[in-house]
Structures are given as C-alpha cells and as structure tokens.
Design a protein around this ligand. Structure first.
Ligand code: ASP
Length: 343
C-alpha cells in the first residue's frame, strides 16, 4: 500500500525525534566527579573468573591476590589521574598483571598439553576502533605490548605464532627464553589435567586471564586482555581473548569490554561486541547489557565474566562463576578490590 506524503512526514519527524533522544546521538554526560587535577576517569580490571570460594582459599593467598589486584589498579589509576590516555592505562595494567606470576598471562601462564606456554593478547582503542592482537606467542615477555605494536605499527589486526614473534623482534620488543614463563604451580596443574584429575574446563584451575578497560578524561575508552589460555590446550587452540569482538572490544560510541572464561562460548556469543552493540542500540545501562549477554553466554554453556567501562564513566563487572578477581576505581574516589561474588 502506498503511503501519502501527509502520513510520511509525521513518521519521519518521529524517527528524527527518537534519534535525537537516543543515547547514541547525544554525547553522554559524565556521571563522574573530577579528581584533584580536574580529570574524570574510570577503570576496571580483572585477573580471571572461576570457582574460587572463601573456604578453598587460605587467608594468605587471598591477601596476596587482593594486594596484586590493588597494585595493578593503582598503576592504571595513576596513568589516568595524570591525564594519560585510556589506552596507556590499560596497557600499563595488563603489563603489570603479565609480570605477576599469580595470573595466567605472561609469567605464570598455563601450560599446553605439550608443556609449552602459548600466549594470546589483544588491545583496542575506542577512539578509532583500531585493534591489535597476537596468538600463540612463546618468547615475547609482554604479549600486550606486541598486540599494541601490531595495532600501531602494522597494517594488520592479528598475527600468530612464529610470524608474530618475527614481528616482535623486528619491532624491538623484549624477547625472553620460554623458561621465563614457568611456574611450578602451573606445571603441577598440567600434570593434574593429564592424569585426568581435572576436566578440560575446570574453571578453578585454568582461568586467570587478565584484562583492563578504562575511560580517560577526554571520554575515550580502551580495552586490553592477555592470557595463557587453558591448561592442556592443544592443536594450536586459541580462545576468545585475542579475538576482537569476543574477548576484547572498545568503541567510544558504546563501551570497552574485556572478558575471561571458557573462550569457545565467548567466541560463539561474540560477547564483547554484543555488549557494545546493546549499549549503542538500546537505552540499557552497562550492568543490564553485560548481565544480559553473560546470561546468554551461560545458556550456551559458557562460564566466566566481563568488565565493562562506558564513556560516561560506568565501570561494572558481570560474571556467572562463584568468583572473579577484579578491581575498579574512578576519579570520584571509588577504589575497590573483589574476589568472591556478592562482595
Ligand atoms: N578466556 C580464556 C581462553 O579461553 C581463558 C580465561 O579467561 O582464563 O583462552
């Protein structure tokens, strides 16, 4: 049926009005208080999700993890409080967590079935949606720095294995002996997986991926993720962490996301992009969008969680495991560390 111009006009006007009131069209007002230097920023970080419970964790171990997360959060907060970019903040946090053997990234990464450490990482800049990622690297001390070099110095988004390592050498990244990544605890976990004491997706032992998302004083967001993947992985398996849109995504029009969990499900759901898409096209807040996407991922069979930061300064966590190593801070004075659900 043909529509007459008389009816078409109100329809167009209504569509324009809807656009002008949508959160996409309007620059979001910051919900943040400025810090002492007048900067407004927010940051969230994670060190993996899993079945950690208060009962299973000694007070010493718990204190160690809280201190490690607190330190990494402060590293990111300092970058942002001194007017640094979200991109520099997430890089600095992930480098700190890669260097910390408590986490499954960089030193302390889990072992493959063959007893190697194969590292994956990604980074994304919400200003331009530029992204860089690396998969299966074995000799690069800080895979997140290599991911950033791929983003900034190559025409590509994702490099893998020997080629990525050659690119690392050519760009002057720090190269280490593969033994550098070894920790006895992770080696022991591999032996447990091989002897069948742990299942392929034993969330307690295998997760520990790290990530950071931030918004800086200019309202730009960035995300970074780094991991050794899953204990006992083989056949060149790559999870969600370095897959742009699955484990990592950043878009100034929506949010920045870093994920952790059973990567296969996060890839199938397209978790990080899906959360950003919901924020772009609905009026949901970050918590609602993240919870909805985590619920869908859980329905597929996925375990894990996400951290999300929006240009207006929301900084949220969502996870369907009993715990997630996490922390967040903002220019208004928020500074908190958490491990277990409900704290
Ligand atoms: N998502 C990671 C992977 O599947 C693992 C993790 O988060 O711990 O490789």
């Amino acid at each position: 049926m043909k529509t007459t111009p008389k009816f078409r006009l109100p329809v167009i006007a209504a569509a324009l009005m809807a656009l002008s009131t949508s959160p996409v069209a309007a620059a979001p007002a910051k919900v943040l208080m400025p810090d002492a230097n007048g900067h407004t920023w927010a940051i969230a970080i994670h060190g993996g999700a899993g079945t950690m419970s208060r009962e299973a964790m000694t007070p010493e171990k718990e204190a160690e993890y809280r201190a490690a997360l607190d330190h990494a959060l402060k590293v990111g907060e300092q970058v942002l409080a001194s007017g640094g970019s979200a991109l520099d903040a997430v890089t600095a946090v992930v480098v700190t967590l890669e260097d910390d053997p408590h986490f499954n990234a960089g030193k302390g990464a889990v072992f493959t079935w063959e007893g190697r450490n194969e590292l994956d990482s990604a980074i994304m800049d919400g200003r331009t949606r530029a992204a860089g990622a690396v998969a299966g690297v074995t000799i690069v001390k800080n895979p997140v720095k290599l991911a950033r070099a791929v983003m900034e110095k190559s025409p590509h988004v994702m490099l893998a294995r020997e080629g990525a390592e050659q690119f690392a050498r050519e760009n002057g990244l720090e190269i280490v002996d593969p033994k550098y990544f070894y920790t006895s605890e992770r080696w022991q976990q591999l032996q447990e997986v091989k002897s069948g004491k742990l299942s392929w997706f034993d969330v307690d032992r295998k997760y520990g991926t790290v990530g950071a998302v931030a918004v800086d004083s200019e309202g730009h967001v960035a995300a970074a993720t780094s991991t050794g993947g899953l204990t006992g992985k083989r056949w060149g398996r790559i999870g969600d962490s370095p897959v742009i849109g699955a484990g990592t995504y950043a878009d100034d029009r929506a949010c920045a996301v870093s994920a952790t969990g059973s990567g296969e499900f996060f890839i199938r759901e397209g978790v990080a992009h899906e959360i950003c898409a919901r924020l772009r096209f609905t009026k949901e807040n970050a918590q609602t969008a993240a919870d909805a996407v985590m619920a869908e991922t859980g329905a597929l069979g996925g375990d894990g969680g996400v951290i999300v930061v929006t240009p207006d300064g929301q900084a949220v966590f969502s996870f369907n495991t009993p715990g997630m190593y996490r922390a967040r801070g903002n220019s208004g004075g928020l500074h908190e560390v958490g491990i277990f659900a409900g704290e």
